[in-house]
Structure formats: C-alpha cells, structure tokens
Design a protein around this ligand. Structure first.
Ligand code: IMP
Length: 198
C-alpha cells in the first residue's frame, strides 16, 4: 500500500522511514511530482496538518499524512505555538526566535513549556484521523548545546537537566513530541491496514 508524507523536509522523511512498516511504500512529495508549497495559514496545528494532508490526498487519491509542530509556553498563553517557525519574522531564523522567547520570559518565574506535534492522516473519501504527541518541559535561562534544530537549545524536557540540544539525537528522538505522535500513528496504521493485533 502506498502512503504519502506531505512534507518537503528530507530529514523528516528519513526519520519516519525507520518507523513505518516496510509493507507500506512511503512516498515523499517529490515522488509524486508535487513541488509546490502547501499553505499553512491556519490558527491551530490541527487545522494546518489536516489541510496539508487533505490537499495532497485530493490531488493524488493516495492515503496521505502531514504533521505540524509548535512550542507552547504557558506564561505566553501558549505562544509561539502554531507560529513557531516564523515567531521573530518571515525568514524563519532559529536564533532570533529563541532570543525573542528569552526576552519575553525575562524575569518570568513560570517557564513551563511543551512541544506538541499533530499528525493528520486522510484516506479513502472523507476518512481522517488526528494523532498527538507531547513532551513537557521548561525554557532554560540561556541557550545551551549544539545538537538538533529550532528551539532545542532552550528546551529542557521533564526528567532531565540538560536541553534537547545537549542530548545525543537518539535520546531526543526517543522522548520527543514527534516520535510520540508518530508511534501512535504507525501503530494505528499497522492495526488498520496490516491487521496487526499488537
Ligand atoms: P514543523 O511543523 O515541524 O515544521 O515545526 C515548526 C517549528 O517548530 C520549527 O520551525 C521549529 O522552530 C519548531 N520545532 C519543531 N520541532 C522541533 C524540535 O524538535 N526541536 C526544536 N524546535 C522544533
């Protein structure tokens, strides 16, 4: 069975390829010759992910999933949230995004935060399902570490006293929001389409 991951991000495709059962043929947007950008103009992670998956399913008729992630900071009313990539401006600059968060949290006692990933899966006509993965933690006082990407240098997950950017990538991947959402999604796929009883 063919299945499309509606992303242009090659790293994400490779990360997910390890998680999806080999009996599924995992396709990227390049495989199906769709180079155009998919709009992400909505106000929630759920709407963005669902729109992307539906957009590609409608064009191809092939079951499609899409993901969207945000960093939700309690003291900032869950901002940057769905606006995480462009928080400090259109050019998606990780350093500027982190600087903006650190400035907004200056002197804040409450530094609680979480990463949240939503995966939307659309198949057949009108069938759709959402999967969520969350990792709770807090925002550090300064940037630390060189691994990973995005907000990793300022995010300290619960149970650790180092940031995501200070951890080996496999440790981050084993507890991350994205891997939690993807484990729920792949176990659904296996049950629904491979009659996996596990
Ligand atoms: P996307 O929906 O996966 O493209 O994520 C949107 C934005 O959230 C990214 O541009 C990053 O700024 C941030 N983000 C997503 N996942 C992570 C992560 O694992 N670590 C740090 N930042 C992340």
């Amino acid at each position: 069975m063919k299945i499309i991951f509606a992303t242009h991000n090659k790293h994400k495709i490779e990360e997910v390829r390890h998680l999806v059962d080999k009996r599924f043929m995992l396709l990227s947007l390049q495989h199906v010759d769709l180079a155009e950008d998919i709009p992400e103009d909505y106000q929630t992670l759920e709407e963005n992910a669902l729109f992307k998956a539906k957009f590609i399913f409608q064009k191809t008729g092939i079951p499609t999933f899409a993901d969207d992630t945000g960093l939700e900071i309690a003291a900032l009313n869950n901002r940057p949230g769905v606006f995480s990539a462009r928080y400090a401006g259109k050019n998606k600059n990780d350093q500027a995004n982190m600087d903006k968060v650190l400035k907004e949290l200056k002197n804040a006692d409450n530094r609680l935060a979480r990463f949240r990933t939503v995966i939307a899966f659309v198949w057949n006509d009108g069938k759709e399902k959402l999967f969520e993965g969350i990792v709770n933690g807090k925002i550090g006082l300064v940037k630390k570490g060189k691994q990973g990407f995005g907000y990793d240098p300022i995010f300290i997950p619960d149970g650790y006293n180092i940031t995501f950017a200070e951890m080996p990538l496999d440790v981050k991947n084993s507890i991350s929001h994205r891997s939690r959402a993807f484990r729920k999604f792949t176990s659904f796929l296996n049950k629904e389409f491979l009659n996996d009883k596990a």
